[in-house]
Design a protein around this ligand. Structure first.
Ligand code: 6PG
Length: 466
C-alpha cells in the first residue's frame, strides 16, 4: 500500500516544520515519531495539510507506505540516536533505498555511516539544514552530501521546499558522503563569528560609548539597509529594541551574559586545525562563549585584576559599521578556505561559489554580501584566498582602516574584541611578506635540529648556534 513520497521520522520542531513544508508543496509525507502520541496530534493539528500527512506508528508502517526506492528523512539528535535508528531501520529497507540525516551531525560519522550502509546497497545522505524553525517551515537552505543517485530522487522535493533567492532554490548537492554536513559545520562556524562580532560592536557601544540597548538597536536597524544587510544584524536590531514585559527593561539587559553551544562551531575549528588552516575569527567566537560561562570567575577578576585602560578616541559609528563589514568578509574568507582545504582532502570538488549562492537565502548567515562572495568565488582566487580577489580588495581597502581603529580603541579601553581582532590579525599576517616566523624556525633548529629553509639557497639547512 505505497502512497507517500517520503517518510519522515522525528516530529520535533525542525522535523514537523519540514513535514508541513513538504505537504505545502504537494508531497505526501509518512510521519512517525519516537513518542507515538505526538503523531496523531501533529496530523490533527495540521488543518488542510492533514490529507497529505500519513500517520505511521512504526518503522515498518513508514517503510510500507513508500514505494521503492524509498527515501526516509530522520530529523533527530545526531550521534547515538541516529546510530540506533539506522540499526532498527536497515533490516526493513531494500537495495537502493535512502536514509537522510537532517541533523547537525559530525561529518566524520556521516562518512563512516555512508561507507557502512553502502555495503547493504543503501544510500546515506548527510543533509545540513539551516534557518531554524521558521526556515524549515517556509524555506530553509540545505546542503546535501551523498550519492548522485539518491540526490536525483530527493532533488524535486528539496528544490520545492528550499528558500529561493530570486527564484534560485537554496539547495545543492555539494559532494559525496560527509560533504553536506561539513559545509553545514563551516556555516555554523561562520555563524558563531558573525554573531560574536555583532556582540563585540554592541559591547563597544554599550561600554565605550554609553549607549543604551534601544539606541544600539536603532543603529543596527539602519545598518541593515546598507552593505551589512543580513538576517543576524536584523534580528540583533530587533532583540535590542525589545522590552522585557516583566521589568520594563530592555530584554537584553536582563539576560545573563553566558552563551552555550552545541558544538558545530567548535568542530569547524577542530577540522580547520587538522587541515592546517586558521579560523581565528571563528576560534575566537567559540572561546568567547567558553569564557562567558565562567561568570563567577569574571565577577571576581573584575576587582582582582586591573585593566589599566589607556586613553583612546571612542570609535565612530561609521568606523564600527565598516569594521563589522571587514570582520564579516574575513570570517567568510576563513570559512571558504577551510571548505577548499577539506574539498582537496576528501575529494569532494566543492563548488564554493554555489555554496555561497545557496547561503543567500533561508540560512542563518544569509546576507547581501553572500552575493558578492559568490561572484568573487566564481573566478580564480589568487593563491586560494577570497580576500585577494579584486572585489574583496575593493571592500577591504575601505574597511580595514576602520577595523584597525576599532580594535585599537577597544584594546586601549579594555573592551574585549576577540573575534574582530582575530580577523584583523589574520588579515595582517596574510599581507606581511616578511613575517617573524624565521625566529620560530631558528628556535626549532636550535633546540631540536628541525632544520630550516634559507632565503638565499635551496634545500634544508641547520644553524651553527652559539
Ligand atoms: C542554523 C543553526 C542551527 C542552530 C545550531 C547552532 O543554521 O539553523 O546553525 O543549526 O542554531 O544549533 O546552535 P548552537 O549555538 O547552540 O551551537
Amino acid at each position: 500500500m505505497a502512497q507517500a513520497d517520503i517518510g519522515l521520522y522525528g516530529l520535533g520542531t525542525m522535523g514537523s516544520a519540514l513535514a508541513l513544508n513538504l505537504a505545502d508543496h504537494g508531497f505526501t509525507v509518512a510521519v512517525t515519531n519516537r513518542e507515538s502520541s505526538w503523531i496523531s496530534n501533529f496530523v490533527d493539528e495540521s488543518g488542510p495539510l492533514a490529507d497529505l500527512l500519513i500517520p505511521a506508528n512504526t518503522l515498518r508502517d513508514i517503510v510500507d507506505s513508500l514505494a521503492p526506492p524509498r527515501t526516509i528523512l530522520f530529523m533527530i539528535p545526531s550521534g547515538a540516536p541516529m546510530d540506533a535508528m539506522i540499526k532498527q531501520i536497515t533490516p526493513l529497507l531494500a537495495n537502493g533505498d535512502t536514509i537522510i540525516d537532517g541533523g547537525n551531525a559530525d561529518f566524520r560519522a556521516t562518512r563512516a555511516r555512508t561507507k557502512a550502509l553502502a555495503k547493504s546497497g543503501l544510500h546515506f545522505v548527510g543533509m545540513g539544514v539551516s534557518g531554524g524553525e521558521e526556515g524549515a517551515r517556509n524555506g530553509p537552505s540545505m546542503m546535501i552530501g551523498g550519492s548522485l543517485e539518491s540526490w536525483s530522487r530527493f532533488k524535486p522535493m528539496a528544490e520545492a521546499i528550499a528558500a529561493k533567492y530570486k527564484g534560485d532554490p537554496c539547495v545543492a548537492h555539494v559532494g559525496t558522503d560527509g560533504a553536506g554536513h561539513f559545509v553545514k559545520t563551516v556555516h555554523n562556524g561562520i555563524e558563531y563569528a558573525d554573531m560574536q562580532m555583532i556582540a563585540e560592536v554592541y559591547g563597544i557601544l554599550r561600554d565605550g560609548r554609553g549607549w543604551n540597548a534601544h539606541e544600539i538597536g536603532v543603529l543596527l536597524e539602519g545598518w541593515n539597509t546598507g552593505p551589512l544587510q543580513s538576517y543576524l544584524v536584523e534580528i540583533s536590531a530587533r532583540a535590542l529594541q525589545t522590552t522585557d514585559p516583566e521589568t520594563g527593561h530592555p530584554m537584553v539587559d536582563v539576560i545573563m551574559d553566558k552563551a552555550g553551544q552545541k558544538g558545530t562551531g567548535r568542530w569547524t575549528v577542530i577540522e580547520a586545525l587538522k587541515l592546517g588552516q586558521s579560523a581565528s575569527s571563528i576560534e575566537a567566537a567559540i572561546a568567547a562563549r567558553s569564557w562567558s560561562s565562567e561568570k563567577k570567575a569574571r565577577y571576581a577578576a573584575e576587582t582582582l585584576l586591573t585593566k589599566d585602560p589607556q586613553p583612546s578616541e571612542p570609535p565612530s559609528e561609521s568606523d564600527l559599521e565598516q569594521a563589522l563589514l571587514a570582520g564579516r568578509i574575513v570570517s567568510h574568507a576563513q570559512g571558504f578556505r577551510i571548505l577548499q582545504a577539506a574539498s582537496d582532502e576528501y575529494n569532494w570538488a566543492l563548488d564554493l561559489s554555489r555554496i555561497a549562492e545557496i547561503w543567500r537565502a533561508g540560512c542563518i548567515i544569509r546576507s547581501s554580501l553572500l552575493d558578492d562572495f559568490s561572484v568573487a568565488l566564481h573566478g580564480t582566487m589568487p593563491f586560494g584566498h577570497m580576500i585577494l580577489t579584486p572585489a574583496m580588495r575593493e571592500f577591504l581597502v575601505r574597511s580595514i582602516g576602520p577595523l584597525r581603529r576599532v580594535v585599537a580603541a577597544a584594546v586601549c579601553r579594555g573592551i574585549p574584541v576577540p573575534s574582530l581582532s582575530g580577523a584583523l590579525c589574520w588579515h595582517d599576517s596574510l599581507c606581511r611578506a616578511r613575517g617573524s616566523t624565521n625566529l620560530i624556525q631558528a628556535q626549532r633548529d636550535l633546540f631540536g635540529a628541525h632544520g630550516f629553509e634559507r632565503l638565499d639557497a635551496d634545500g634544508k639547512h641547520h644553524g651553527k648556534w652559539s
